[in-house]
Design a protein around this ligand. Structure first.
Ligand code: ADP
Length: 302
């Protein structure tokens, strides 16, 4: 399989700001998650790949072409960016027709494809409404639909679920998982750490314009659970005495009963044993969070 995206020693500067600092990257088929704090260079990275930004130095190649210079390669790509790039004066239908026609798609193709997608996200009812009248979340749904019109081989998504309700976010994540199986290359930028655990995929962590880790979601979750903490939430308050019986060190805010507690564990196998003991002592475990150690890992490095 031909590598879709190949980037060598990419620098992108804006006056004195170094947004991308010597980034090299070879994409893999399927989902590549990109995670990093604000200002890490994630959006700039996607914009260099789609050819919106010219590299200050280094090279960006997509299927052997340079997107900034070679217009035709952009037909194989799509970017869902944070500004949605929709025309406010036009209706949803007119926007989709306009963008679909740019890809030389016929109107009936455009409408049947987009109606299916919009229906799944409960946004078909806005088809004849002007974009200016829509909420931010609805605009995001329309922009996602637009990004899918050309059936892109390279799909670049900049926080695609940022303003969506839970069910639409879930629909998009499942859609992306399926799409990744169709020999497509997807770069998925997210700030939502709970979203990361939904994917079993490659994970790129960016910080200060650099790729600082190139790992997988599986590895990172195993790794951060070494000598780490997890937050366990309970469906109803649990007595401190029950927590003590589980045999792991913990912190809790209250002294008698708690609805959540932070436990310290040594490896991921401890999660099973800890939860098992809590359940045995009649605690109702509602959820487990690894978010705090993941935040530390992203902001400071592991
Ligand atoms: P992220 O998407 O990770 O939040 P960005 O790629 O948006 O990060 O930004 C990386 C850095 O580059 C930031 O310091 C940002 O202010 C700067 N930057 C991004 N785009 C521009 C631009 N068009 N003009 C000037 N500075 C920019």
């Amino acid at each position: 399989m031909e590598t879709a995206i190949s980037i060598k020693n990419l620098y992108k500067t804006f006056r004195k700001t170094v947004a991308l600092d010597n980034v090299s990257f070879i994409s893999k088929e399927g989902v590549n998650i990109i995670l990093g704090p604000n200002g890490a260079g994630k959006s700039t990275f996607l914009r260099c790949i789609i050819g919106l930004y010219k590299p200050s130095s280094g090279s960006v190649s997509v299927f052997g072409k340079r997107p900034y210079f070679d217009d035709e390669i952009r037909d194989k790509m799509s970017l869902l960016s944070d500004n949605y790039a929709l025309y406010d004066f036009l209706t949803v239908k007119q926007n989709l027709r306009f963008f679909g026609n740019l890809y030389k798609l016929k109107d009936n193709e455009i409408f049947s494809k987009s109606k299916n997608i919009l229906k799944e996200m409960d946004a078909l009812k806005f088809f004849d409404r002007k974009v200016v009248e829509l909420s931010r979340g609805t605009k995001q749904k329309i922009a996602f639909c637009r990004a899918m019109l050309n059936d892109p081989d390279v799909l670049l998504l900049d926080e695609p679920t940022a303003f969506l309700d839970a069910s639409s976010s879930e629909w998009i994540r499942n859609f992306i998982l399926d799409y990744g199986k169709k020999r497509k290359t997807i770069l998925f930028v997210t700030q939502k750490l709970d979203e990361v655990s939904r994917f079993n995929s490659r994970l790129i962590i960016m910080r200060e314009g650099k790729i600082v880790e190139d790992t997988t979601t599986y590895y990172i979750y195993n790794d951060i659970m070494k000598s780490s903490s997890i937050l366990i939430r309970f469906a109803r308050p649990v007595a401190i005495s029950v927590l003590k019986k589980a045999g792991y060190k913990f912190d809790s805010m209250e002294s008698k009963e708690v609805s959540s507690a932070k436990f310290y564990i040594n490896n991921y196998k401890d999660v099973n044993s800890l939860v098992g003991k809590l359940i045995k002592n009649k605690a109702f475990v509602l959820g487990i969070d690894y978010i705090e150690p993941l935040v530390e890992r992203i902001s400071k490095g592991g």
